[in-house]
Ligand binder design. Structure first.
Ligand code: GLC
Ligand code: GLC
Length: 811
């Protein structure tokens, strides 16, 4: 069942009922001010940090769900309704929500009145704009009462939701004309306040929640709206809000527009006040002046469209398969940018109060956005590298605001160092900017310890070489990519973190997955060395890699698939002899991507085992059989009920590894089939089962062992975005950035006749046409670059500014 449809021409997803299986959200803002917004106008705003600078409140596990946000109430006679249905849930005569790139448009109609609520965060400014348009289509005169409403958060979202003994006494506001200033804590240490405003004087307002909703009222039934209107309340402590009332007579056919804003303002310390206790409002007034007329909204919308066209224009495909095109051209890239902005901080599943930036997460996210924003990717790499320790290990997380490693989580995740090579290698292949390797980066955020980035990569590589276990495989530490395989943890007490309990330096537990990574990204490291003329170092690395390949094919091979790990007692994990957890997806994907066993047949055998044992109609599950009881020696993975998360869920992130692996072996039909099964646009028609947004990936889909098989969770902020984009753009469509230029190496289903890609690369535009006259799955027979036959399938780097025509014939 579908709850909407794609509108590709406008780059929007159109939701046609407010009763989606879960709130379906969008992200507004791509610089410093952000708003998360659902299809019924739920959500919240924050400035830079969803925990420390939260402007408005949101309650995650509340019932009814999703009732805080940017709602507008319309009272028409005795009927009260919202254009987005929530929170009153009054049945609408019509409803539509269009989530676009950086903006959302919600339209509702009731009793002959049409209300359109458009929201966006303008480029270059720290505010949310909301334009409300009301049209009387009823043929009779109307007297409407219109109430916008937001509930302020007292800035630190964690403190706001727990420290009531203090917070119920600190709230302060000022009201000046159509502007409501939220200034809690401004009198003391804060240099910032929030302002909610309208472009005209309201007839009344409230700033105390008790007054607007009623002490025992609710967003679904605000007393002021259902009763006699706003009362001019001024919040002193308790819950500051911004509510306004507009009495609007609307003649038949008439239309009214009101522009609202929610802004974040910072003042230098010396300019905080204009008089004792009076907030300096000049910056807020300047902001309001920027959006004084409705046309300014249109201009901001135009600017946003231009911004996104430019970003997405770097990779556009035309295959004749609309679902594929819309994911590649619009939504997958959009999601990659959202993961760049948010990392794993704020979504409808991430509270904004938990994790900062993950070392491995951020390195992988880079793989998906580096082609759109290479300059910002460059800075991200340097920030990440500065949280690495001198021995090559790394803080597992860092705080975006301070860019400092997070002590509470610390280090010891032994895959982390290798992901830095992965991210930097992707940057080099994309940009050819070798100067990044000379940049001085701190170790452990200590400028005294700064070394060129190249040295960081070297220590990443060596970290694995110097942390090998009894079989010669890499030690796993606290965990590898699978955060829930905690082989040195042995946690017996509820509430202990699986990630930081127990020693990180277990000298026995080993990871075949990290071994695969070492081979794959070690090759990248060796290639970088060769490119720099460090031949001896490259040769040394290649020897270590060749040894590791042998070790994997020996201690890491189970006969029909790659093993997953050895536990702290040296027992096999992910092998035939295991009762539960016999086969895991991760080493099959990573080892085959690394090319291990490609010549000798193990690679193909491993992928067949995946198909035989892990395939489901909704994607490939992480392991089988699922763990049915808690295994002390395995940790968090066995804490989840069977079929959820890492315990045999369909962890979407590693499905694209199988896609990439299949293309290594030339299996285009199978690669596309794996891609299709988790791809949101291809499963739009099972939205009642999948439940999460059909325009973005979710971290996890419940596996076949779960009662809710097929149900998605944790949409938006997942490494799935980057990896699926990489798998489809580079492995399937075959447009591969290399250190020496763009290589074209498609691996497609045999019935694909051809496709075209426009790719921006190092300042030039490549117009690539691929034809497949013989119906092969892989192989390039001939390539013409600007009409001239090329040597092989590598396009030499073309001058910036040029437009290059490339014709590729498969066969
Ligand atoms: C989550 C984490 C990621 C981890 C994965 C598997 O997506 O953000 O770091 O690799 O889970 O455990
Ligand atoms: C990853 C896993 C999750 C685990 C978390 C711990 O996000 O997906 O299951 O709880 O890491 O930090």
């Amino acid at each position: 069942m579908q709850y909407g449809r794609f509108d590709d021409a406008r780059r929007e997803y159109v939701i046609t009922t407010p009763r989606t299986p879960l709130p379906w959200i969008n992200y507004l803002g791509s610089e410093e001010f952000f708003t998360i917004l659902s299809n019924t106008a739920g959500g919240y705003s924050f400035y830079r940090d969803a925990r420390l600078r939260r402007l408005t409140r949101y309650r995650y596990n509340n019932a009814p769900l999703d009732q805080e946000g940017f709602h507008v109430y319309i009272r028409d006679g005795e009927t009260v309704w919202n254009p987005g249905w929530q929170p009153t849930q009054t049945e609408l005569d019509r409803y539509e929500c269009r989530h676009g790139l950086g903006y959302t448009l919600i339209e509702g109609g009731k009793n002959g009145v049409l209300a359109r609520q458009e929201l966006l965060v303008p480029q270059g400014d720290n505010c949310l704009l909301m334009r409300l348009t009301l049209r009387n289509e009823s043929g009779a005169a109307k007297r409407l009462r219109v109430f916008p409403y937001v509930e302020f958060c007292l800035w630190d979202a964690m403190d706001d939701s727990s420290n009531f003994q203090r917070n119920f006494s600190t709230g302060e506001v000022e009201v000046v004309g159509p502007a409501i200033y939220h200034k809690t804590e401004y009198r003391e240490r804060r240099d910032h306040y929030a302002v909610f405003w309208a472009d005209r004087q309201p007839d009344a307002f409230d700033t105390a929640r008790d007054a607007f909703l009623g002490v025992y009222g609710s967003p679904a039934r605000p007393e002021a709206v259902f009763g006699g209107g706003c009362t001019g309340s001024l919040a002193h402590g308790w819950q500051p809000v911004a509510a306004q009332q507009f009495d609007l007579p609307l003649a038949p056919g008439a239309e009214e527009t009101i522009l609202f804003g929610l802004g974040y303002i910072e003042n230098p310390a010396a300019e905080k006040f204009t008089a004792p206790g009076v907030v300096n409002k000049s910056r807020a007034e300047a902001m309001m002046a920027r959006y004084a007329d409705a046309a300014s909204f249109d201009a901001a919308l135009e600017a946003l469209r231009g911004h996104w066209s430019a970003l997405l224009g770097g990779f556009q495909v035309s295959t004749g398969e609309a679902k594929l095109d819309r994911m590649v051209n619009i939504w997958n890239q959009y999601q990659c940018m959202v993961t760049f902005n948010m990392s794993r901080s704020a979504s409808y599943f991430e509270s904004g109060m938990g994790r900062g930036m993950g070392f491995r997460d951020s390195c992988q996210d880079l793989l998906g956005f580096v082609h759109m924003i290479p300059e910002r990717a460059r800075q991200r790499i340097l920030d990440i590298a500065a949280t690495q320790f001198p021995d090559g290990s790394a803080y597992h997380q860092y705080q975006p605001l301070t860019k400092k490693g997070n002590l509470a989580v610390g280090s010891g995740f032994n895959d982390d160092p290798l992901w830095l090579i992965a991210g930097t290698d992707a940057y080099l292949r994309e940009t050819g900017d070798w100067s990044i390797l000379d940049e001085l980066c701190d170790f452990d955020n200590d400028p005294q310890l700064a070394q060129p980035l190249l040295e960081h990569l070297r220590r990443s590589f060596r970290y694995t070489c110097t942390h090998l276990g009894p079989h010669g495989l890499p030690l796993i530490g606290r965990a590898d990519w699978n955060d829930c395989l905690n082989l040195n943890c042995f946690s017996e007490h509820p509430g202990e973190s699986f990630q930081i309990t127990g020693p990180s330096e277990g000298p026995v537990a080993e990871s075949v997955f990290i071994a695969g990574m070492f081979v794959k990204y070690g090759r990248a490291w060796a290639a970088i060395c060769r490119h720099l003329g460090l031949d001896a170092e490259a040769a040394e690395a290649e020897t270590a890699i060749a040894d590791m390949e042998k070790t994997v094919l020996d201690a890491g091979w189970d006969g029909e698939w790659f093993r997953r790990a050895y536990d702290a007692f040296g027992h096999v994990i992910g092998g035939r002899e295991c009762e539960e957890g016999q086969i895991f997806i991760e080493p099959q994907g990573m080892c085959v991507m690394a090319g291990i066993g490609k010549e000798s047949g193990e690679a193909a055998r491993a992928l067949r085992s995946v198909e035989e044992r892990l395939d489901t109609k909704y994607g490939i599950v992480l392991l089988q059989p699922a763990y049915t009881r808690y295994h002390l020696e395995l940790g968090e993975i066995s804490s989840y009920p069977p079929g959820y998360k890492e315990n045999a869920g369909i962890f979407c992130h590693n499905n694209p590894w199988i896609v990439c692996a299949e293309t290594e072996l030339g299996h285009g039909d199978r690669a596309f089939e794996v891609y299709r099964r988790t791809c949101p646009a291809f499963i739009e028609d099972i939205s009642e089962i999948h439940r999460t947004e059909p325009y973005v990936y979710s971290q996890m889909v419940a596996g076949r062992d779960a009662p809710s098989f097929g149900e998605g969770k944790n949409s938006w902020l997942t490494g799935t975005a980057a990896w699926t984009f990489l798998s489809v753009s580079q492995a399937i469509l075959g447009v591969k950035p290399t250190l020496d230029g763009l290589a074209i190496d498609p691996c497609v289903p045999a019935d694909v006749k051809g496709f075209s890609v426009v790719r921006r690369y190092r300042g030039a535009e490549y117009r690539i046409r691929v034809e497949n006259p013989d119906g092969v799955q892989k192989g390039v027979r001939r390539m013409l670059v600007d009409g001239k036959a090329a040597d092989g399938n590598l396009i030499p780097v073309q001058p910036a500014g040029s437009v290059v025509e490339v014709l590729v014939t498969m066969g």
